[in-house]
Design a protein around this ligand. Structure first.
Ligand code: GDP
Ligand code: MG
Length: 202
């Protein structure tokens, strides 16, 4: 049976900079106030192998991210460091491994209607500099591709969030065992989803 659309789940990782900058409460508060429900949470210090596995769950990720990065250089009238998407991604992956293993991260699963899309919306785009005001990355990060490229490092953007429902379906079981995810109800779900608005008046 297909589950109700209010049960959509997405994976969020608070990257090492989010923990170090004491922004975890702020970030959790934003997803909570949207109306999403936290159904899984843990702190881990990832290994380089775990990070590589995470980013390459989708066998197309290397090619797609390489192509996207080449396009982003060309859109800025800059020459990409290579015309080979896989060469670009190898460099990105090396830098991501260094960044993501630098300290503890917090992995979380959030559940609710349009969880994947709405978490991406309030998180902002990959590059904090061009993320709109009001998004987490737009409000709390000064970093940019100009900065990260100058120092040959990953862009520090606080958060990973699944990019699509398909990605979430691969990433959630990668980080969480079935029994580490909790099925429960919070009372605010009545006003968010309950069809008949029952239970408000006596
Ligand atoms: P996300 O889903 O928003 O994290 O972005 P992607 O999954 O597309 O990319 C993963 C990582 O690759 C990002 O966090 C960046 O570190 C890096 N990356 C992606 N696109 C670009 C780009 O255009 N330029 C550079 N320098 N790095 C990029
Ligand atoms: Mg991604």
């Amino acid at each position: 049976m297909k589950s109700h659309p209010s049960k959509e789940r997405t994976l969020v990782i608070l990257k090492p900079d989010a923990i170090q900058r004491a922004l975890m409460g702020e970030i959790v508060a934003r997803y909570e106030r949207l109306g999403l429900k936290l159904v899984g949470l843990k702190m881990v210090v990832p290994t380089a192998e775990q990070i590589e596995g995470h980013y390459t769950l989708d066998p197309n990720w290397r090619r797609v991210t390489g192509e996207k990065t080449i396009k982003s250089y060309k859109d800025r009238n800059l020459a990409p460091p290579s015309e080979d998407p896989l060469e670009i991604t190898a460099k990105i992956l090396k830098n991501l491994k260094k960044y993501m293993t630098a300290g503890p991260v917090i992995t979380m699963v959030w559940e609710g209607a349009h969880a994947v899309e709405l978490v991406r919306k309030i998180t902002g785009g990959t590059e904090p500099r061009s993320s709109p005001v009001g998004t987490i990355r737009g409000d709390f990060v000064v970093d940019s591709y100009t900065m990260s490229d100058a120092d040959d490092r990953a862009v520090r953007n606080l958060i990973h969030a699944s990019g699509s429902v398909g990605e979430a379906d691969m990433e959630i079981p990668y980080w969480f065992k079935q029994d580490e995810l909790v099925d429960y109800k919070v009372s605010r779900e009545d006003i968010l989803y309950e069809k008949e608005l029952r239970g408000i008046l006596p």
